[in-house]
Design a protein around this ligand. Structure first.
Ligand SMILES: [Zn+2]
Length: 323
């Protein structure tokens, strides 16, 4: 259960510091770390979540900014929530990869089977959060990545996710994917992953865990999400947004398959960082034990190759650019 949460060598500078979230832990909902502002008017429940993974520092920076700038919804409700409090508490600059989670990955637990079980810290916390998550209509879930690759939105497999990503407008790269064999992500939970539901969610990978630009992307994405959903007026945070510059045109990648590791001996052919394009279908990109892993199509794009190559986990997602 704890496989993969351990130490890894870190080559990245720790440009970001851990934000003190203790002022926000009490919240006002009865659920630790969850604050909900109610406009008193009809409208959607919009939420931004941070630290589903404990070593992802950009989300708390964005939420802290929103709290300090007294964000309030014009209509409906707005919630700001810190998710994996135990893992965030464990974050240690001396071993910054180690606090991704306490017992297991909290972003694989969002199905009934694991949400009705309390055998790990993450399962207990997910159960505690579930009544809150069940009321959210529009979700932005802030994350960051192991490698220093371009920020991207994971919009899920449905067209409604791509529509919301277009409305938010940043980051420039949108990746449409079904998720992981190991379990459902928060962004795929319940109505978020149901084509007949109006609920919608985006997961944003803001950049490398500890680079300054990931904090900028987290805040820019949050402000644009709040504007796009009508939770705030276009004036809210406008000066700050202007400072981040004009967004580039968006590109969309469709994930053809996640590569799920099936042996204890997975290795890549090269030190892939992500966003590499493999020209020819059939090109070997790695081996899972003795089985070669190959590019499924001409122009295969590698999305988020992992440094944690443990059995059952996703090694990389393979996609192609959509026209
Ligand atoms: Zn994450």
């Amino acid at each position: 259960m704890s496989a993969g949460s351990g130490s890894m060598e870190n080559e990245f500078p720790l440009e970001l510091k851990k934000t003190d979230i203790t002022p926000y832990l009490a919240g006002n909902t009865g659920i630790r770390g969850v604050t909900t502002f109610d406009s008193g008017r009809a409208g959607p429940h919009v939420a931004i979540t941070a630290v589903v993974h404990g070593n992802e520092l950009c989300g708390p920076i964005a939420l802290d900014w929103l709290f300090r700038n007294e964000v309030r919804p014009l209509t409906g409700k707005l919630s700001l929530a810190f998710v994996n409090l135990d893992a965030y508490d464990l974050y240690d600059e001396a071993d910054p990869f180690a606090s991704r989670w306490g017992d297991e990955d909290m972003n694989r637990l969002w199905q009934n089977e694991t949400l009705t079980d309390d055998s790990t810290r993450e399962r207990r916390r997910a159960r505690e959060l579930r009544p809150f998550v069940d009321t959210v209509d529009l979700l932005l879930d802030l994350h960051s990545m192991q490698n220093a690759t371009e920020a991207l939105t994971l919009s899920g497999a449905l067209e409604k996710g791509r529509e919301l990503a277009r409305a938010v407008g940043v980051p420039a790269l949108v990746v449409a994917d079904k998720g992981h064999a190991a379990g459902k992500r928060l962004r795929d939970y319940g109505g978020f992953g149901d084509p007949s539901s109006a609920k919608n969610a985006l997961l944003i990978e803001c950049g490398q865990h500890w680079e300054q630009s990931s904090a900028d992307v987290a805040l820019a994405s949050s402000l644009r999400f709040l504007q796009a959903t009508g939770a705030v007026s276009p004036d809210f945070g406008a000066d700050t947004l202007a400072g981040f510059g004009t967004p580039s045109a968006q590109r969309f990648v469709e994930i053809l398959q996640p590569v799920t590791i099936e042996t204890d001996a997975f290795r890549f052919e090269q030190d892939f960082k992500g966003m590499e394009v493999i020209d020819k279908a059939g090109t070997v990109i790695g081996h899972d034990g003795d089985t070669p892993v190959t590019a499924p199509v001409d122009g295969t794009v590698l999305i988020m190759p992992s440094r944690r190559l443990d059995k059952g986990m996703t090694a990389v997602r393979l996609g192609r650019y959509l026209a």
